[in-house]
Each structure stands twice: as C-alpha cells, then as structure tokens.
Design a protein around this ligand. Structure first.
Ligand code: NAD
Length: 362
C-alpha cells in the first residue's frame, strides 16, 4: 500500500481536517511508536481499529491516521451510531517488531484516554494482539467470542453490502431482485466470500476475481457454478454489478470510462481514487454508486453492538437498515444531480451538526 507523505505541520493538518486530538506515543523499552487520532467525538467515543504498518516515514503515518480517523466519523454518523471517529497506527514491521510488551504498552496508552478512543483490529493486527491490548484496557472491541466479544465482523459487513447492493438494484432497475444479475466480486477474502453466499442464495450469476488460487478455491468449492475471471482485466468484463471487495482506488481515471456495469456496490474502503472527481465521473456515466463507507458499515455496527452487550441478531438487523439509507442517498443524489458519495458525506455531517447543536442547547 502506498501512503503519501505530507509536509504540513500536525496542528495545521488537524485544523484543516477537523481533528480534535492526536496522541503521539513512544516507548524506548518496547520500541513502540504509535499515533492515535481522535477526529470527532460529538456523537460518542471515537471508535476505529489499530493498523500496524511499515510507513515510509512518520509524516506518512500521520497522514494515514488523520485520513482513516476522519473516515470513521462519517461511517458512524451515517449509520446512525452514537460513535465518533478514531483510528490508531503502530509504526513498524508487523512481522518483526511485535511483542506482548509492545502491545500491552500500546493498550496502556489507549487506556490513558479513558474511553475517548476505543480500539479494534485492523490491517497488520491479530486476535492475539487484541487480547494483549485488552489486558491493559477495557476500551477495545472486536475481541473473540470466547472473551465475550463479537468475533469476526465480516459476515455482518457482507450482509450490509448485500443490502446496499439490493437498494442500488432497486434504483437502477426498479426492482431489488438480484436473481440472474451478473455480479463480479473482486476479492475472494473474508467479506467477498460471505457476499458470494448471499448472492448465490438469491440466484445471481456470480463471477469472482482474486490474485490467490487458494482464496478462489475456497469460494468455488462451496459454489461450483461461480465463474473465476482474470483479476487484471476487471474493466473488460461484461457485468451488471461490480462489487470491489479487495483494494481501494479501483474507481479511477483509467477504469471508470471502461467499466461495463450499471452498479458499483462493494466492501472495499476508499474505492474512489479521488472523491471529488470520480464520484461525478460515475454519475455522468449513469452508473449507480453505493457509497463505500455507507454500505460497508456492518463491521462497525457489529463493534458497536459489543459496547451494548453483544447480540449478533441485533447487529444483523441494524445492518439491514443500510438498505433504506442507501435508497435515501441514491434518490437524493438523482434529485439534486449530485454524486452519491457527496450526498452521503453531507448527510453524515448534517447529523453531527444537529447533535452538536442539541447538546449545546441542553
Ligand atoms: P481480505 O484480506 O480477507 O480479502 C481481500 C481479498 O482481496 C484477498 O483474498 C486478496 O487476495 C484479494 N486481492 C488483493 N488484491 C487483489 C486484486 N488486485 N484483485 C483481486 N483480488 C485481490 O479482506 P476483507 O476483510 O475481506 O476486506 C475486504 C475489503 O473490505 C477491504 O478493503 C477492507 O478494508 C474492507 N472492509 C472490510 C470489513 C470487514 O469486516 N472485514 C469492514 C469494512 C471494510
């Protein structure tokens, strides 16, 4: 993953992006270097995972935490959750730097924020790491079911994506029936795999692309009729619905003009390479785009449920609401001739501003 470096000083960067607090953590004994980003706590505590990554330099790590924590604010707000947005990064190689002591030291830093930031698992982290963090703080979610948590959030995320896809079909075709629709799932990973289950159950004609044979095999063993396609030529494939469930930035200057689909609805974060440019480009091509941070919120909804006493049925039920929210976003988008991503962002900001106002006047 390429993460751009930035040269602005931290405080000006925070001011520009609207962050409340950034915490720099370092510990010479364990080698820990981490940054915790708290973007906005108007709706509730800032929740977001911890990512461990070998960043090119410290400013690249700062840029990543600022961008990711802001994204969490919007995801929570549009999902109707009483959560703010936060994220943390641990700087270093996840294969060589990890130790119990480092994770527990990080957990102690999370604890020092007294619940303003709640952490969870993200790229480069494992369930074991989360267990170590949990030894030092209660402000952690996404812990295993054996420890009273919600376990793997991917099935809930996939269900939310499926709901967002059905709402998009209703918008594009006048019916949310996906049977016989040609759907390409890019990425046969955790979310992609569960999404294929839902799609096949409804009778969609599913194609799947991945760069690893074992991932493809895990899906086709369960669903022999699923067609495997070349991951390098997604734009050349004739399909009704494109579901990006692997990487970000797959919707860009090169791909959008060639895409042969009527709908894009998938789980990957940051699908639009440039939000302000590529959302409009999709709209101008008449492609219905279900905003990523709206329809992939099932994982966050699952984490939120842990805070209230975990209940998978409730998390699934709440994720079903993604259908109605997607419908509202897509209808408003066509009424106002504005890109759906922009509408979703405005709805999230509107909720935050309204809640800030009522709390001010209480
Ligand atoms: P994963 O790592 O299990 O799956 C990703 C899959 O994509 C892997 O099988 C990988 O081999 C494949 N892949 C990588 N590069 C590819 C390429 N160029 N072409 C085709 N396939 C490629 O991840 P996941 O948990 O399934 O998450 C998928 C996406 O959804 C990620 O972008 C993630 O950030 C996002 N997301 C996941 C969750 C969740 O609950 N897991 C929640 C919200 C968002």
């Amino acid at each position: 993953m390429k993460v751009e470096s930035q040269t602005a000083l931290p405080l000006s960067q925070m001011e520009r992006m609207g962050h409340e607090q950034i915490v720099f953590c370092q510990d010479p004994y364990t080698g820990l270097k981490a940054i915790i980003g708290v973007h906005n706590t108007v709706l509730g505590p800032a929740l977001g995972g911890t990512r461990m990554w070998s960043y090119a330099d410290e400013s690249a790590a700062l840029t990543d935490v600022l961008r990711l924590s802001r994204g969490m604010t919007y995801k929570a707000a549009i999902s109707g959750l009483n959560l703010g947005g936060g994220k943390a990064v641990i700087i270093g190689d996840a294969r060589t730097l990890k130790s119990e002591a480092l994770m527990r030291r990080f957990g102690a830093f999370v604890d020092s924020l007294d619940g303003k930031y709640i952490t969870a698992e993200d790229v480069g982290m494992t369930t074991k790491d989360m267990e170590y963090i949990h030894m030092e703080t209660d402000h952690v979610v996404g812990i295993p079911e054996t420890l009273g948590g919600g376990g793997d959030p991917s099935p809930v995320t996939a269900y939310g994506v499926y709901m967002g896809m059905k709402a998009s079909a209703k918008k594009a075709y006048g019916s949310d029936d996906l049977s016989n629709k040609k759907v390409l799932v890019q990425g046969a990973g955790n979310v992609g795999g569960y999404l294929v289950d839902y799609l096949r159950e409804e009778g969609a004609k599913v194609m799947i692309a991945d760069i690893f044979e074992d991932k493809l095999k895990a899906v086709t063993d369960n669903h022999p009729t699923v067609q495997v396609v070349d991951p390098n030529n997604i734009e050349d494939i004739d399909m009704d619905i494109y579901a990006p469930c692997a990487l970000g930035a797959t919707l860009n200057d090169n791909t959008i003009p060639k895409l042969k689909c009527q709908i894009v609805a998938g789980a990957a974060n940051n699908q639009l390479a440039k939000e302000d440019v590529h959302g409009k480009m999709l709209m101008d091509r008449g492609i219905v785009y279900a905003p990523d941070f709206l329809i992939n919120a099932g994982g966050l909804i699952n984490c939120y449920s842990e805070l209230e006493g975990y209940n998978r049925d409730r998390a699934m039920q709440q994720s079903q609401g993604i259908y109605d929210t997607t419908m509202t976003v897509l209808n408003t988008s066509s009424e106002k001739s504005m890109p759906s991503q922009l509408i979703a962002t405005q709805m999230a900001e509107d909720r935050i501003n309204k809640m800030a106002e009522i709390h001010r006047s209480l």
